[in-house]
Design a protein around this ligand. Structure first.
Ligand code: FPP
Length: 245
């Protein structure tokens, strides 16, 4: 069916459970066309919707997008404002857009600094999609991996102070539950577009054993074929998790 295209075939027995994506290159895409950076982000948002549909059809259980890092506030105010407008628009449309699909939407990251309007929409969509369970779509908004680890540490410290957790009960599993991703399994595959080869403070705890896939394609040019290729490359990898196989 749709998984077969131009000779490329995804092995349906080895589908990554969780794919995380760093969407990079919107600005360069726009610049090359003489467009504003904001237009690049708008085009990027269009691609996000397309890739969600494809991931859903393939049977990906968790899909996470790095939308805005807690370092992105340093960008020019006009660009930050435009990105926030885009996220608000997206959050307002996402519940309806996923209505015919069994998609749960979760927003990970700090709420600090986000407008009340955005926070209200986040709460609305998280509540409205809570019982959906075929795919979980996670948007990392105002997210940073170090910040995630810090806030988890603070929650652990609070539990210890309140006497509900003993120091020797601080296990990796316990720590993981305090991260923004909570019960979500670690990403199997991390895709970064635009040729940059770094993790940029994204899910740094969670990506300990993740397979990385870097492509020179700029995010607005990323197609269904590119996702398919990334998954096929993932399926060629030999995951050992520190063991010998
Ligand atoms: C990086 O490209 C991209 C971002 C900081 C924003 C990503 C946002 C979107 C794709 C918009 C919509 C997303 C959702 C979830 C609705 P860049 O600006 O750093 O590009 P550059 O490196 O070429 O300058």
């Amino acid at each position: 069916m749709a998984l077969l295209q131009k000779g490329i075939k995804i092995d349906s027995n080895n589908i990554p459970q969780h794919i995380a994506i760093i969407m990079d290159g919107n600005g360069r895409w726009a610049k090359r066309r003489g467009l504003t950076r904001s237009m690049g982000h708008r085009e990027g948002a269009r691609v996000v919707k397309k890739i969600i549909e494809q991931a859903y059809d393939i049977g990906i259980r968790y899909l996470t997008f790095f939308a805005f890092s807690n370092e992105n506030w340093a960008r020019p105010k006009a660009e930050v404002d435009e990105l926030m407008r885009l996220y608000l628009e997206y959050l307002k449309s996402a519940e309806n857009e996923t209505n015919d699909k069994n998609v749960r939407v979760r927003i990970i990251g700090s709420r600090e600094g986000l407008s009340k309007e955005i926070i209200d929409q986040i709460n609305k969509i998280e509540k409205g999609t809570l019982n959906r369970d075929r795919m979980t779509l996670m948007i990392a908004l105002n997210y940073g991996g170090r910040q995630d680890i810090l806030q988890a540490t603070q929650k652990i410290a609070e539990d210890v102070r309140n006497g509900v957790l003993a120091i020797d009960e601080i296990t990796q599993e316990e720590f993981q539950r305090k991260l923004y991703t909570e019960d979500v399994p670690d990403p199997d595959l991390l895709i970064r577009t635009s040729g940059e080869m770094r993790i940029s403070n994204f899910l740094i705890w969670q990506c300990s054993y993740t397979e990385f896939y870097f492509t020179p394609v700029l995010w607005p040019d990323f197609t269904e074929k590119d996702l398919k290729e990334a998954i096929i490359e993932y399926q060629r990898r030999n995951r050992r998790f520190g063991d010998v196989k």
